[in-house]
Design a protein around this ligand. Structure first.
Ligand SMILES: [Zn+2]
Length: 447
């Protein structure tokens, strides 16, 4: 049996050259993509009917690129105005198939004043492309489409199918409209590369075989309102205490401190070789507390809510962590006379399972080798790292497609102002995708 892993050096070089030649075209396509404000219409705070459809415009841009790479393209929609672009370059039939996956939706770009340029301007500089989605993750989509174009230009015919997905919905975990829907429509593969940004900084992409689990939840507790003039009476049990009133804002900090302490416990206990110590965390991202229906501090607040995003160790199940958080909240309430009798309610809003690539899966080695070949040889350990958040890799695996995460982008600018991607990262990623496709799918003999 022939070794499918290495094709003639001249053919590999031709592919890399073809990607090089696309450097400015990639920047231009990314700029075009950024100018489509494909904000997820289900993102909290968005007006669905006002913005639905932009995701599909972005999918159409990807469909055109896929077609220009010689792919057969199908638009697959679960919801009107939210089509996914699915592409297939059919191989000669004897190889394994590979899927390249990315999401077309982006998060909102509020706080425009803090952007140096408009978030949807798509500015191109000598080194970078700037705008919402540059990192998360339109650069990954553009890079994988151009990898396919480079394979075509170099006359490479793969043995296995190369499948590409540009999907909606990822930013709110709406995989039933996005990634799970395209798998359902027949666009699965033997393995996948999710092209999300894997370097925190400006360096080359890292290979991420694992991602944390995510829990979005809210803790709501009630107080008992009274006139601000009786704050002191309510506060001191030597006066009227809880019989008169309870300020929910004060009680909220009891829960806050308990989960903050649990977060520190995680930093010490939940270590992982591919994540920096302390990566796993419990973010109190939204706090709401006020006298019901009124937003002035002349009443004791009778309701308080904190919304959290917990990102936990990939070897722990969501259920196990749900239990641990619930117990930490219960323990904190046991120490307070009011909360003991008025337990907070916890609402689990989004549960996203962690991801771990099955050990020894061929896709990991394939991408590491391709990346090293592109960059001219680095230590394999130096280029692996855990993914910072969650992504569609979880739903791909649930749909029977294991894989890894690898893509361009400066992850620290994802969901942040002045999001950008260095052009060199896109080139490296596109080259790596192209070589990985050749090695994973195999290359047919030249005719
Ligand atoms: Zn993303």
């Amino acid at each position: 049996m022939e070794d499918p892993a290495r094709t003639a050096p001249a053919r590999r070089e031709a592919v890399l050259q073809a990607v090089e030649g696309y450097a400015s075209a990639m920047a231009k396509s990314l700029s075009d993509a950024i100018r489509i404000p494909s904000v997820n219409p289900k993102y909290p705070g968005q007006n669905y009917s006002n913005i639905v459809g932009a995701e599909e415009d972005m999918s159409s841009l990807m469909a055109d690129l896929y077609r220009s790479a010689g792919a057969a393209v199908e638009m697959v929609a679960v919801e009107k105005g939210r089509a996914n672009a699915c592409a297939r370059i059919t191989g000669t039939g004897e190889g394994q198939s590979l899927a390249l996956n990315g999401h077309v939706d982006v998060v909102p770009a509020e706080a425009w004043a803090r952007w140096e340029r408009g978030p949807f301007d798509g500015q191109i500089t000598d080194e970078a492309v700037i705008g919402r989605g540059a990192t998360d993750m339109k650069s990954g989509l553009i890079a994988h489409a151009y990898a396919a174009k480079a394979l075509r230009d170099a006359g490479i015919r793969l043995r296995g199918d190369l499948v590409m997905h540009a999907v909606v919905g990822e930013e709110v975990g709406d995989h039933l409209a996005g990634t799970s829907a395209v798998l359902e429509a027949g666009y699965g593969a033997d393995a996948a590369i999710v092209c999300e940004p894997t370097n925190v900084y400006d360096g080359p992409p890292v290979v991420s075989p694992t991602a944390p689990g995510l829990l979005w939840f809210s803790v709501t507790l009630v107080g008992k309102t009274a006139h601000a003039g009786f704050r002191g009476h309510a506060l001191h049990s030597t006066l009227d205490g809880h019989r008169l009133g309870v300020n929910a804002v004060d009680k909220m900090w009891i829960v806050y401190h308990a989960l903050r302490q649990l977060e520190d416990e995680w930093a010490h206990r939940d270590r992982h070789p591919l994540f920096v110590p302390g990566h796993f965390s419990i973010l109190p991202g939204v706090v709401r507390a006020n006298p019901e229906g009124i937003e002035v501090p002349f009443f004791l607040s009778d309701t308080a809510t904190i919304e959290y995003c917990a990102l936990h160790h990939p070897d722990r199940s969501n259920d196990e962590v749900v239990d641990e958080i619930r117990r930490a909240v219960e323990r904190s309430c046991a120490s307070d006379p009011w909360l003991r009798d008025h337990q907070p309610t916890i609402d689990w809003k989004l549960v996203w399972p962690p991801y771990v690539t099955s050990p020894g899966h061929r896709i990991v080695e394939t991408v590491i080798n391709a990346h090293q070949e592109v960059l001219g040889g680095h230590d394999a350990n130096a280029i692996q790292g855990g993914f910072f958040g969650v992504c569609d890799i979880t739903w791909l695996e649930r749909g029977g497609v294991p894989g890894i995460i690898y893509g361009p982008g400066v992850a620290k600018t994802a969901h942040a102002e002045n999001e950008y991607v260095p052009i060199h990262q896109m080139i490296t990623a596109a080259k790596t995708y192209a070589l990985a496709a050749m090695d994973y799918c195999g290359v047919a003999e030249e005719e």
